[in-house]
Structures are given as C-alpha cells and as structure tokens.
Design a protein around this ligand. Structure first.
Ligand code: CMP
Length: 131
C-alpha cells in the first residue's frame, strides 16, 4: 500500500477487501523506503519520464507491505487492484476506489510469480516468510 493511501487512512479498508477476496496474509509490516530502496525496487522503470516522480511519491511517507497467498494469486490480485490508472480501473477495484491518478494509485502488486518472489524477499527475511 503506497504512501498516498496510507496517509488517507485506507490501509485497513484495503486489507479487509484483500482478505474478503480470499487472500491469506502471510506477513505484513509498516515501513518507510529510503530513496535508494525505492530506486532499487522500481529499477525496471529507471529512465522512464515518470521515474523521479515515482521515487518521490514512494518515499513521501510510510508504506505497508504484505506477502499474500492464494492460488493464482498474481493474476487474481492484479484483477482486484485494477488498471494502473485508477480512472481506467474497473468499478469496485482497489485503485478505482482509493487511487486518484496513474502516479497516486494507492497500491502496487507484483506482475509475475518471479517478481512476486523477488519483491517479497525485498521486504521480508527468510524467518518472516518461507516459500
Ligand atoms: P506500480 O504498479 O507501482 O508500478 C510502477 C508505477 O509507476 C505505477 O504503479 C504507477 O504508479 C507509476 N507510474 C507513473 N506514471 C506512469 C505511467 N505513465 N505508466 C506506468 N506507470 C506509471
């Protein structure tokens, strides 16, 4: 959950929705990204025109990270959060409900099983999450 949504107090509503959709929360924590961590996490977008703004937003306040479990989790979670741009996201999706713009879009979700593993490892150590 990105700083914009945390700041507006949407964290618990978002986690309720995630759990109601059948995702199990394996681990969860509040954290704050350093500039270096944000640049590393979004390294794939380095060089994009929105990169600087993305890093600024992602370091603007606390975030909440979670490792989730469900069969076909990546695809189903991406459906639950909706399109990157909240204005294009389907009715009832998390980004439609809690996001504003393509940059201020409330939440991130991994886009493949491989990236999910990497992203979980980015935030959690082996004694916090095992897979
Ligand atoms: P996220 O799923 O966290 O992955 C990369 C983020 O870059 C994306 O959500 C958006 O918040 C942000 N972003 C800002 N501008 C753009 C853009 N034009 N296209 C894609 N992503 C963008």
């Amino acid at each position: 959950i990105k700083p914009d949504a945390v700041r507006k107090g949407y964290t618990e509503s978002i986690f309720d929705k995630i759990q109601m959709e059948g995702f199990r929360i394996i681990a969860r924590k509040d954290t704050l990204l350093t500039r270096e961590q944000a640049e590393d996490f979004y390294g794939i977008h380095k060089g994009q025109p929105f990169f600087e703004n993305l890093v600024n937003l992602m370091t603007s306040g606390p975030i909440v990270v979670a490792a989730l479990e469900k069969s076909n989790a990546v695809e189903l979670f991406r459906t639950l959060i909706g399109k990157t741009n909240p204005q294009e996201a389907a009715e009832g999706t998390i980004r439609r409900l809690y996001g504003e713009t393509v940059s201020i879009n409330a939440i991130h979700g991994s886009d493949s099983d491989e990236n999910a593993q990497k992203e979980v490892r980015f935030f959690f150590s082996e004694n916090e999450v095992s897979f």
